[in-house]
Design a binder for this molecule. Structure first.
Ligand SMILES: Cc1cc2nc3c(=O)[nH]c(=O)nc-3n(C[C@H](O)[C@H](O)[C@H](O)COP(=O)(O)O)c2cc1C
Length: 325
């Protein structure tokens, strides 16, 4: 399959693995890229630029295919060493960066000068247009269904993607709720040039997370996610667990008076405990509604091959067949 996204990134299939905190290590990024998609290392999971440089080198040793690095701009007072992370990306010869969380304008000249393509993750049409206006090369349009931060507009992909297609000139991929060949064909029909998946890629053999995390995703239905931190306008879609219930109870009782410090125990520093140790009740962790469509833990190659085979079958047999006669 050839789309503007496969052409831009030099990949075989229009499937991207979005950056994920404590999931997007070299093993997963390389496995996705080796299977013909675009794997992405999560920059900030590496505590320093030096560690990111090592992770990039590790990924390079595992694949000769293109891969990217995610840089998430967090709403925090003391910013991480972004110039250092960008230097590690450029020195490591990485040619694709996924930005998210905030406007990446400040960093675009350095990235573009080095020939890096930038795909910015946006949860609204207006942010997507802004990304286009400041010179981003592509957008990952993240609908309300998505795991992680869906923004505050609550527009699901059935509306958001065709709206993005109406307005954008640069190519975009559909993100949020994508799981299989059906998702890919639907995304293409709605105007996207490919799809980005988060939650689905956690439940793969190569994802270097504890088996408990994969089991939790397979066991979850589409009814099992919750939105937290909405009162702080930092909404996150997470899998429901005891910590999330505690957090939501605090949100209910404190109302508008809620501050980040009130919920710090449930959200800060919990990812290593969950992803690496499998302590599933340790806190709130991002997970998409798409968990309801995930029932197995295949290899990345099996997953991507089955997505492409199903997409082709839908296009050639089901859709084409409907037109015949
Ligand atoms: C566990 C987890 C951690 C994530 N961490 C990040 C992150 O650090 N930065 C980022 O830009 N997106 C992050 N995301 C969002 C994903 O990159 C992707 O946009 C999202 O998962 C798409 O929705 P889906 O889960 O329905 O496929 C995370 C998602 C999950 C599930």
């Amino acid at each position: 399959m050839k789309t503007r996204i496969t052409e831009m990134f030099g990949i075989q299939h229009p499937i991207i693995q979005g950056g994920m905190h404590y999931v997007g290590f070299a093993e997963l990024a390389a496995a996705v890229s080796n299977a013909g998609g675009l794997g992405i290392i999560t920059g900030l999971t590496q505590r320093t630029p030096e560690l990111l440089a090592k992770e990039i080198a590790r990924c390079r040793a595992l694949t000769d295919k293109p891969f990217g690095v995610n840089l998430t701009f967090l709403p925090v007072l003391t910013a991480p060493d972004y110039p250092g992370y960008i230097k590690a990306i450029l020195d490591g010869g990485v040619k694709i960066v996924e930005t998210a969380g905030n406007n990446p304008q400040k960093w675009l000249p350095a990235l573009h000068e080095a020939g890096v393509k930038v795909i910015h993750k946006c949860t609204s049409v207006r942010h997507s247009l802004k990304a286009e206006a400041i010179g981003c090369d592509a957008v990952s349009v993240d609908g309300f269904e998505c795991g992680g931060h869906p923004g505050e507009d609550d527009v699901p992909n059935f509306i958001l993607l065709p709206r993005a297609a109406e307005e954008l000139k640069i190519p975009f991929v559909a993100s949020g709720g994508m799981a299989d060949g059906r998702s890919l064909v639907a995304a293409l029909a709605l105007g996207a040039e490919g799809m980005n998946m988060g939650t689905r890629f956690i439940a793969t053999r190569e994802a270097p997370v504890h088996d408990n995390v994969k089991r939790a995703i397979v066991a979850a239905s589409e009814l099992d996610t919750r939105l937290v931190m909405r009162p702080l306008r930092n909404t996150e879609r997470v899998l429901r667990n005891a910590a999330v219930d505690t957090l939501l109870e605090k949100e209910r009782t404190l109302g508008a008076a809620l501050k980040f410090e009130d919920i710090i125990e449930q959200v800060a520093g919990v990812y290593p405990k969950i992803m690496l140790e499998g302590a599933m009740e340790a806190g709130a962790w991002s997970c998409g509604m798409v968990a309801g469509l995930i029932r197995d833990v295949p290899s990345c190659q099996e997953l991507i091959d089955s997505i492409m085979a199903q997409a082709e079958d839908i296009i050639r047999a089901r859709l084409q067949g409907m037109l015949a006669g």
